[in-house]
Design a protein around this ligand. Structure first.
Ligand code: PMP
Length: 375
């Protein structure tokens, strides 16, 4: 086709705050060992694949109709899963689902953030929180984290009191550091956030199934401004499915209805997620294997001589390299050995996702060689 190839994004009448910005972009490179996006390395088991085909076929027969707009059956099953594993009973009225937890977070910011409002996160943390804030016209405040990547409660409370944000993000376990947050910390931040505004506190528990600690789900009791965000992308090994969900007071579920697109969760998505939930026990078995592998990565990286941040997730942050240039150089050298890890832009540190034992061996071999080379 013929079009003016000199025209770029910034020549279009886009919103000012999007000008000159880059999209989310974890490299998707075709290398033998991919340990860069915190995916579950285990493909879904064959019996589950067969069950998905069955349930999707059933859904296909009704695709002339719109799907269940309220995804009642799916939310009921998600509530049952949370009740069974989260240490707190929840019902369908407490749960909302969307296309990945990214969409859940977007709906929350569309409802509780937006133009003239702000959100805070304690960085380094999940970069999409800031990007979704930008996309929804919500101002972003970068809150502090301690040297060891835990949340410094006093400093965080001060940041909340000074900035009076409308939304507070707490990621536990945190990405990219793997750091879990205690219930006491979340309660202290919730208290500060209520005193300052009041504001919505979102606890992003995308990786909680891999944690040594229990879910913070019980904290929603008696706290209508506290939301727990979850996903089937990690523990359920279903990143390609795009299914995230939240648990909160029913009023929060009612509030996000104001911004959700009608029929946002396709009948195919709902059918697939329901099939996966039927196989929860098998999938959580893989989680146990991955936790063992994660602990092995931590121990072996330390034995090789790397510094490692304690991890409660299915990934491990390791270093230290010589600043941003050093971590980027190390990333490249590990890639040269056929292993893709993640440079999250935290100067001096890289992040590796726990893969299969064989993938982790390949990674450990690469970083052992790198250590020798750099000594
Ligand atoms: N929260 C955190 C902390 C994450 O790391 C991710 C994925 N990398 C997500 C949310 C979003 O995942 P999804 O949209 O696949 O549920």
């Amino acid at each position: 086709s013929t079009y003016d190839k000199t025209v770029g994004i910034d020549d279009l009448p886009i919103r000012d705050e999007l000008k000159g910005k880059s999209p989310y972009g974890a490299p998707q490179l075709d290398v033998p060992v991919q340990l860069n996006t915190n995916e579950n390395p285990y493909p879904l088991p064959e019996p589950l694949v067969a069950r998905i085909a069955e349930r999707v076929a059933e859904a296909a027969r009704g695709l002339n109709r719109y799907p269940d707009r309220d995804a009642v059956e799916l939310r009921t099953e998600l509530a049952a899963y949370l009740t069974r594993t989260g240490g707190h009973p929840v019902g369908v009225e407490n749960v909302w689902a969307a296309n990945g937890s990214n969409e859940v977070l977007q709906q929350l910011l569309q409802t509780f953030g937006g133009p003239g409002r702000t959100a805070i996160g304690f960085e380094p943390s999940y970069s999409m929180h800031a990007l979704i804030a930008r996309g929804t016209g919500t101002g972003w405040i970068s809150g502090p984290r301690a040297e060891d990547f835990t949340i410094d409660v006093a400093a965080a409370r001060r940041a909340i009191a000074e900035n009076r944000p409308d939304v507070v993000f707490v990621t536990s376990p945190n990405n990219p550091t793997g750091t879990a947050v205690t219930a006491e910390t979340v309660l202290a931040l919730y208290e500060a956030a209520q005193a300052a505004k009041p504001s919505l506190v979102v606890v992003d528990e995308a990786y909680v199934e891999f944690s040594h600690r229990a879910s913070l789900l019980p904290l929603i009791e008696g706290r209508p401004n506290l939301v727990i965000s979850r996903t089937m992308s990690k523990a359920f090994g279903a990143a390609g499915l795009r299914l995230g969900y939240l648990a909160a007071h029913p009023a929060v579920v009612d509030a996000v209805q104001l911004v959700r697109l009608p029929y946002h969760l396709s009948a195919v998505t709902q059918a697939t997620a329901l099939a996966a939930l039927e196989h929860t026990d098998t999938l959580l078995g893989y989680v146990e294997q991955l936790k063992t592998e994660r602990d092995r990565l931590v121990a072996e990286l330390r034995a090789i001589g790397y510094e490692v941040t304690d991890s409660d997730a299915n990934f491990v942050q390791f270093g230290r390299f010589d600043g941003a240039a050093g971590s980027h150089e190390a990333w490249r050298k590990i890639l040269d050995r056929g292993v893709l890890v993640r440079d999250n832009g935290v100067p001096g540190w890289l992040r590796v996702t726990a893969g299969t034992p064989e993938e982790n061996d390949a990674f450990l071999e690469a970083v052992r060689a790198l250590k020798k080379e750099q000594q």
